[in-house]
Design a protein around this ligand. Structure first.
Ligand SMILES: Cc1cc2nc3c(=O)[nH]c(=O)nc-3n(C[C@H](O)[C@H](O)[C@H](O)COP(=O)(O)O)c2cc1C
Length: 286
């Protein structure tokens, strides 16, 4: 066999590397829109799921139909840490100042825009000459599920540490902003068969009907018990769900971050609890 010169071997290796990097760059750029669409669909799917849509109801639907369902049945509200409403245009304006294109921002769903905005808080604060803490308005999202025009559920995102890492999900509350209508954990790295059992749909059903407020209206949240809720917390059964053996530490994590997340929304919930319902206001007007 003819021996190749070192120059030829190096030249060939460089050509292969260049070719591979061009192919990867083109593939990554070409697949980006599809990836973004997939992430968007996944989030919307989970919001629909926590609002009570079953897998059977969603299975045959095309991506455009799922997005259309979400747009028609949900109203998305933004609030800051002082419970003041925030318009998405306020976030858009600030991001335009960082060089984002208007079309790029308009195309985003509100939860996507909020994610971009939160990832740029440091930069926005620097531009405004403020510290991050002073600048950050703590903007968060609430999804109002309105299947027939009136609010049926309030849905908020929940996230925090389980045992091995971050867990992400949603909790849906009935209009009393006290009764749990559903909970979903859609992203986590807990161990299958142990911590991950708490994130399964079968276990999630146990949360339905539980209360986040005590008899005095104080926020106590809902907690995963260590073992059977009935045996360990018979007097507070409204605030406990069954634990699972081998998932105690994941349960502790959920208990902590769920309460913290509910606390950040509590001022907003409190205001909404005190507002007359649509029916009551209609009655007053007559
Ligand atoms: C490989 C491995 C993975 C584990 N994964 C989890 C987990 O995801 N969540 C959890 O709460 N505990 C997990 N555990 C068990 C905890 O370390 C701990 O022993 C357990 O939560 C306490 O047991 P109990 O729930 O029966 O009281 C794991 C243990 C091992 C060895």
């Amino acid at each position: 066999m003819r021996k190749q010169s070192n120059l030829y071997i190096f030249g060939f290796a460089i050509a292969v590397c260049l070719f591979a990097s061009v192919v990867l760059a083109v593939a990554s750029t070409a697949l980006k829109p599809a990836q973004t669409q997939q992430v968007r669909l996944d989030i919307i799917h989970n919001i629909l799921s926590v609002a009570g849509y079953t897998e059977d109801q969603l299975k045959g639907k095309k991506p455009a139909e799922i997005i259309d369902l979400y747009e028609k049945k949900f109203e998305v509200h933004l609030i800051d840490k002082n419970n003041e409403p925030v318009e998405r245009s306020e976030m858009e304006q600030e991001l335009l100042g960082l060089g984002y294109k208007e079309a790029e921002l308009t195309e985003k769903k509100t939860f996507e825009l909020l994610e971009v905005y939160n990832s740029k808080i440091g930069l926005l604060a620097k531009k405004a000459g403020k510290s991050r803490e002073a600048y950050d308005r703590g903007i968060k999202v609430v999804y109002l599920y309105k299947p027939e025009g009136e609010i049926k559920y309030y849905i908020i995102p929940i996230e925090g540490n389980g045992l091995w890492g971050m867990m992400y999900g949603y909790i849906a509350l009935e209009t009393d902003l006290n009764t749990v209508a559903g909970i979903r954990f859609y992203k986590h790295i807990e161990t299958p068969g142990l911590g991950a059992e708490l994130a399964k749909h079968d276990h999630n059903k146990k949360w339905i009907g539980k209360k986040i407020l005590d008899e005095d209206g104080k926020l106590v949240s809902v907690m995963v018990a260590k073992g059977s809720a009935e045996q360990t917390h018979p007097q507070e059964i409204e605030h406990y769900v069954d634990g699972i053996s081998g998932a105690t530490l994941t349960g502790k994590g959920i208990n902590q971050f769920l309460k913290e997340d509910l606390e950040t929304y509590e001022p907003y919930f409190k205001t909404r609890r005190n507002e007359p319902t649509a029916n009551e206001s209609a009655g007053e007007e007559q």
